[in-house]
Design a protein around this ligand. Sequence first.
Ligand code: NIG
Ligand code: FE
Length: 388
Amino acid sequence: MTVLITNIGELTTNVRSADGDPTGTLHDAAVLIDDGRIVWVGAAADAPQADETDDAGGAAVIPGFVDSHSHLVFGGDRAVEFEARMAGQKYAAGGIRSTVAATRAATDDELRARLRGFIEELRAQGTTTVEIKSGYGLSVVDEERLVRLAAEVTPEVTFLGAHVVPAEYADRGDEYVDLVTGPMLDACAPHAKWIDVFCETGAFSVEQSRRVLEAGIARGLAPRVHASQLGPGDGVRLAVELGAASIDHGTYLTDADVEALAGSDTVLTLLPGVEFSTRQPYPDARRLIDAGVTVALACDTNPGSSFTSSMPFCIAVAVRDMGMTPAEAVWAATAGGAAALRRDDVGVIAPGYRADLVLLKAPTRIHLAYRPGVPLVDQVWKDGVVVA
Ligand code: NIG
Ligand code: FE
């Protein structure tokens, strides 16, 4: 059955136009969907006949958000830690261990129910593709549970056994890396597509990170890296050297990091929710984009450093505080996220792509930043079906 979405006031296609505009914006446009895929895009006046028509009423339509970084399988929360931070306490990676205890104590059904609730929550805010990491289990049994549960709701599953060294391995980081690269990887690889590591002082050294990533690559997982979140380090260099799809955070980047990223296929995924809720300085997206780095935006939904699941919120912060234009921020939250996941079927509104779209209660995408905190997502289509 074909469905035509017509009377679209502003359509962000992300198909680079002849004048070099990466957003490929059309006005008074229409999109034809057949069997979950986009089959035609063009001027509403030229639209083909369809079995059904949906009138967008002149509103703006954008691709569904591609949130390429989240940690959605966990127990408990850390509201008290957030409150203390807002009163001046510094964010430290060690807080992860308290979520590990709560996650280990939760049953599969409890984790699954919560995860499904988050999926509904982010769909209602326009996210149609989401990557989910493990990393709050940190034992063979618990990491296997987390990747297995994540795989029930998304194909974009990341094994992050090397999130921090768990308490029972304190001062035995190398032994913990043996566990991660041995039995834990054996148990988790069948459920995962990606391997990730937190390459940071207080988590894993660059040598340990290399061991983790190379072991994952040898098992057919593709690398992505958490790095330069709490201070500058060698994580970006390692990520680029290993051909990682993305380095995430990048709050503290050196000029050499920026240069290495600009000459690579590695996307830099910025996570504005983290700086917002840790009171760290916002990274300068302008510097990165101007240097030629491909930038994605993601929520990093997790109970410690960023408990938002709202891509519109991240767009608003990126525009307000990171030097991105609204057009760049929307691109980064859609096509940028797809690039960070090496996906060529989402993030773009063009024939052949999945029919994942968001109809906004607004005439332009600018409103996503201009009206922060306002629920502007009107209708969400995933694979040609209205899901929110
Ligand atoms: O992406 N950087 C490491 N991991 C998470 C934080 C996790 C936590 O504090 O629980 C992040 O920010
Ligand atoms: Fe993260």
